[in-house]
Design a protein around this ligand. Sequence first.
Ligand SMILES: C[S@@+](CC[C@H](N)C(=O)[O-])C[C@H]1O[C@@H](n2cnc3c(N)ncnc32)[C@H](O)[C@@H]1O
Length: 303
Amino acid sequence: MDTAATKGGLAPFSLKDAPALIERVFPAQKVGAEAQKERKAVQSQTLTALGSYWKGRKPLSLVRACVLASLLPATDDPEADLQTFEALMRMDSAGVLRRSPVLSAQDVWDSAAVSADEKLRHIEHPTTTGGRNDASSDDADAGGAARWIRLSGLPTREKKLIEKERQEMSARALLAMPFAEQVARCKRVENVEDLGDPNDPLYAGVWIIIGARLGTASRNLPDLVRELGIARYGHNPTVGDPFCGGGSIPFEAARIGCSAFASDLSPVAAMLTWGGVQHRRCQRRTARGYRPGATARRTCGCE
Ligand SMILES: C[S@@+](CC[C@H](N)C(=O)[O-])C[C@H]1O[C@@H](n2cnc3c(N)ncnc32)[C@H](O)[C@@H]1O
């Protein structure tokens, strides 16, 4: 039995009979919005273009949501369970704000969460300038009707204060939007996270909240997945996909700390899955300073 991940955290088998969160609460609409964003990324999806073509390939964000919601326990407080799940998926307000959101001046102008006074102080809009395209506005928003009032010429200190104020207005405008629109303005979680890093700013504050709520000791997602697996089954959680297709299920399961198995009738699908796993392994080793030799590069095909 693996006990490494449970030091000071959940005891092995302590969640053996606990119902899974996915049986009680699952924010399907929010998870769907994340999955759709991933799908729309087309060539920028993590697995290869050929893999994304494979019919029925599951979005990685959906796979992550299902694995986490199957491991997390459901308690008698569904509201808190949902908060725990959304914090881990970085779908809660704090998470969304850390996913490098970009809002245009028009987004902020259109928001009811920003006062008219704030808008007039920071944004130039045809309705306030008589329809002229004033040259004193920022070119960054050239495509939209509203523009941030240009700050060039102001002392640095004053500029910083105004930028901070604009960030705060933008955050308010973002959080007042429907979730799908928030996600559309943010990066995908997998593009901003550093999964193994206990100090990853994307997850700042999350591990303390999760620890207080679940009694876990983990400080990153793969460790938490292992800890929950040991608390449920006495070992690392195992995910198997006997119809793996493009391989997204074993890929994401392995990425967040599960042991993963896969098979497929089609040798093309099996090769895509193998390629995805090799690519990930190569990326992780390269991140740790490993420089593959020519043979390894040929085998992996990453370079
Ligand atoms: C819809 S795709 C799977 C998608 C995959 N789970 C994913 O998320 O990317 C269905 C796969 O099942 C495979 N398949 C169909 N019949 C099979 C069989 N009898 N044994 C193994 N694989 C099979 C097909 O080759 C195909 O790749």
